[in-house]
Write a protein that binds this ligand. Sequence first.
Ligand SMILES: C=C(O[C@H]1C=CC=C(C(=O)O)[C@@H]1O)C(=O)O
Length: 438
Amino acid sequence: MNAVPHPQKQSHPNPDARKLFVRTVALRDRADSSLVRRLPDGVPLAWLSGDDGIVGWGEAARLECAPLPEGTAPTDTSRFDEAARWFDALLERAEVEDEVDLPGTGLVTFGTFTFAPTSAGSTLIVPRVVVGRRAGRTWLTTVTDEPGTHPEELLRPGSAPRPVGPVRWRPGSLTREEWMGAVAGTVARIRAGELEKAVLARDSFADADAPVDVRVLLERLRTRFPACFTFSVGGMVGATPELLLRREGDQLTSLVLAGTRPRGEDAESDQRLGQEMLASAKDVEEHGLAVDSLRAALEPLSEELVVPAWPHLLRLANVQHLATRAHARLSPEVSALDAVAALHPTAAVGGTPTATAMRLIAEVEGMDRGGYAGPVGWLDGAGNSEWGIALRCAHVDGAHARLYAGGGIVAGSDPVSEVAEAESKFRVMREALTDPEA
Ligand SMILES: C=C(O[C@H]1C=CC=C(C(=O)O)[C@@H]1O)C(=O)O
């Protein structure tokens, strides 16, 4: 497979040799106005959490990592190293004037990495324009090839987003029965001792009549899932509840999720379902393996690491999860992308042992995950960054979307419940792609 060709690549034959002029200025704005409204039509970049976040558009620089040949070790991390080298080189040649100086100001790149090293789609994009907000402060960053461009010249009001229109839904790579068979086969292999856990996913397709205006999806996702990170990077669009890592200075935070139940019809059944999950040996084991994988990856990188002994419940509009929030103080030489490379894939999306689970996933899912279950987020010149795990998402390409959803399989998993769980996770993007009745 080859890297997806991109027109921007041809227009800058040697993009790494260019010098970038980066300017961040404060912007007066209402703290609760939607950043999505700033976005012009086109292919938006976004990372949103409640009313805060960053949105961007245009391309000052772009890196497409080439997929590695079949047979490459599934845990290969060279795409993260390539991305780090590329961004460092841009940063060295950037002239940055930053009067706001917060995480996300100055030179920023958005990024999406594939789940597996052999897939195409690991991409970093430095936008021409970024509008960001954090704790009531809003800013504008512009990235130009010439000095002296007035930043606000690049800030034009966005056009009104278009509804999606009629959508046709198509089944994915495996039928429901085939996928249940893959789950049952995985349970048997786990029971036979080949591995402890694997996270299996499936895909499904949506076709609209006209190119989907991603801004509509972003606005629906961010308002329905305020506790999630709503993102759009390199075609990957979704609202993930799972934070692979946030790095601010030497502090790292991660939110591990594994273990899922539906939301109840009323407060009482909701409570009961949550308590049942906290008491379920199967869910606690599934969650514990994800936490163990995070701990094992972070320990060598940290001077301090605090991981709570018991999970708590995270309730979202469609499902509830077992959640553990971990904190670390990183060793001085560890960069955000070093930490991403070490943590990906946690057993919330891969399995245990990691390499065995990744091989099984490639063998039984019958699809290429692309950016699904890979890291998605942003990185700034000071090394601050946020990377979610791309879940509850779709790859949107013009009028077409490929949706992904999965769940952790352990010895006690049941194929029928796993299909239902994947359906409840698909709902996030199915609802975002469905216009409200007029
Ligand atoms: C793999 C997915 O979710 C992961 C994150 C939270 C809970 C999960 C679970 O309960 O299986 C999964 O580990 C997905 O949303 O596609």
